[in-house]
Write a protein that binds this ligand. Structure first.
Ligand code: URA
Length: 236
């Protein structure tokens, strides 16, 4: 972590007592091996209709920064590509940049991002060692929900990012992320709490940090999801 606060100070500052109370040491193969069976929903796709599939990181970043494949290019300040380690074991996928992200060009830097940082910290992970990206690389005006045509145009970038990283786990933050990745419209409440498969990569769906800010009573469930993800990484 880049700051010097202790873990408890950090968690206190974020108001996530539930994670402090329930915090466990980093999982080992023995401590958390109650792996759920893989659940099959939808049919995740990775076919892309333009040349993204063969791009390297540099080409991909260049393509995203100049992208005009949907109308969001006309209202964005800048694109928000993704951040973190290209060799990450953990990939976190959110929905779309908000105002802060649009301004700074980095995903999850606003209030939801601070909570995501605290979630990572509770897992024993630094932001720099995971990879964080969104389904959409441009901010929808007024933070409205992503439209299907925007997801369709933008998701090849995310698909390629995941393909290049080949992580041990994908954590889908919120319904838009999991719906896009797994091509399902099942309720998040049904999708969370169990292990899914994204082209051979385990995927866990959980609540979006912005939702947890509004509904702190759900943090315990989110923490359960993160522990499940950690148990999967521990044995991979
Ligand atoms: N919400 C998201 O889904 N992504 C961000 O980058 C910020 C907020």
């Amino acid at each position: 972590m880049s700051d010097n606060r202790t873990k408890l100070q950090y968690l206190d500052a974020m108001g996530i007592q539930v994670w402090r109370r329930r915090h466990l040491p980093v999982a080992t193969a023995d401590s958390e091996t109650q792996l759920e069976p893989v659940t099959s929903v939808g049919t995740p796709t990775r076919e892309v209709d333009f040349d993204v599939a063969s791009m390297d990181w540099q080409e991909l970043a260049t393509a995203v920064s100049g992208c005009r494949r949907c109308n969001l290019h006309s209202t964005r300040t800048q694109t928000v590509f993704g951040v973190g380690s290209q060799r990450a074991r953990w990939v976190f996928v959110g929905e779309a940049p908000g105002a802060d992200e649009d301004r700074q060009g980095e995903p999850f830097v606003g209030r939801a991002g601070q909570l995501l940082n605290a979630m990572l910290f509770a897992l024993g992970l630094a932001r720099e060692e995971v990879y964080i990206a969104n389904v959409l690389k441009c901010r929808p005006p007024e933070n409205r929900d992503p439209r299907p045509e925007e997801v369709e145009q933008c998701e090849p970038y995310l698909i390629r990012q995941i393909e290049l990283i080949q992580p041990a786990i994908i954590v889908a933050l919120g319904r838009h992320a999991v719906h896009s990745l797994l091509k399902t419209d099942q309720a998040l409440g049904k999708l969370r709490g169990t292990r899914h498969d994204y082209h051979g990569i385990p995927l866990i769906a959980t609540y979006h940090p912005a939702y947890l800010l509004r509904s702190p009573g759900e943090k315990a469930k989110a923490w359960d999801d993160l522990k499940l993800a950690r148990s999967i990484v521990a044995v991979s």
